[in-house]
Design a protein around this ligand. Structure first.
Ligand code: ATR
Length: 263
């Protein structure tokens, strides 16, 4: 029986085991996918276990997407550029780190038919997933990416990776075609982002990385101002689908049952 694992800290909220085990069963694969809470000091040991094939492969979730990098033998172009790994696999006895968050986000944007080329993007937050968003947005040829984070140094660290990034202070809002909430504000129903979006004109896209709850106050606000909204569920499903395909060589189906399973 092959073993797969999502690691993180905290990890309780992760829906990856539910989704992967559903696809594993549907495709008659002999495997099991579990979740495990790890401390930073245990990451090196885990990667060694993957190499020794004691543990087959792994998904990484925040806050270890960067921590894991020094212990891997190789990185994909995407993982290297974003300094973010969410999928580990073995290739010719070497541990390889890849990033499928990029593909997840990109496919979600294509899915909703949002014509993103030459658009102005505002990202709120500078956590683990943001480098993947920026990579995908640059690939999709947006015209400008502005980032605002409560802790400005973290925004400036991202600018070291992505030179064209513009940074504004937390609390400032720029008129943009797409506003992305990549902060953790919204994970609790009562969380409110205390920002004034009134200068964002109608007909824009409000995107929240959070998918549980399905409609954060950020998305509600966007809707109230007459904008399109999208939560992070599809991005989550697409990144999982890409990881699944790397590990099992099968592209699992995404249908309404999958969506129902997660809500
Ligand atoms: P990590 O940094 O471990 O990757 P994350 O959950 O991906 O964590 O990111 C949390 C994001 O939400 C950060 O951008 C954080 O801002 P700081 O860098 O200033 O901590 C943001 N965030 C969390 N709580 C917030 C709050 N009350 N107000 C504004 N931003 C908040």
């Amino acid at each position: 029986m092959k073993k797969f694992l999502v690691i993180g800290n905290p990890i309780d909220h992760s829906l990856s085991p539910k989704l992967h085990n559903y696809w594993i069963k549907n495709n008659n694969i002999k495997a099991i996918y579990e979740k495990k809470k790890l401390e930073k000091s245990q990451i090196k040991d885990l990667v060694l276990k993957v190499k020794k094939k004691e543990k087959k492969r792994n998904n990484i979730t925040v806050p270890f997407k960067k921590t894991v990098i020094p212990y891997l033998d190789e990185l994909s172009v995407e993982a290297k550029r974003t300094e973010s790994v969410n999928t580990i696999y073995l290739h010719k006895e070497k541990t390889v780190g890849h990033n499928t968050d990029i593909e997840g986000f990109e496919r979600n944007i294509n899915d909703i038919n949002f014509d993103i080329k030459d658009k102005r993007i505002l990202i709120l937050g500078a956590g683990g997933v943001v480098s993947s968003l920026i990579f995908a947005l640059e690939k999709m040829k947006v015209s400008r990416i502005t980032l605002s984070n409560r802790t400005k140094e973290k925004a400036e660290d991202l600018k070291k990776l992505f030179r064209d990034l513009s940074i504004i202070n937390w609390g400032q809002i720029e008129d943009s075609d797409m506003i992305i909430n990549a902060t953790s504000l919204g994970l609790s129903e009562e969380d409110k982002i205390d920002l004034d979006f009134s200068q964002i004109k109608k007909g824009k896209l409000f995107y929240d990385i959070i998918y549980n709850p399905p409609e954060t106050n950020f998305l509600k606000k966007g809707k109230d101002f007459g904008n399109k909204t999208e939560n992070g569920l599809k991005m989550f499903i697409y990144q999982a689908q890409a990881s699944f395909e790397i590990w099992h060589g099968i592209r699992p189906k995404i249908d309404n049952d999958v969506i129902k399973l997660l809500y």
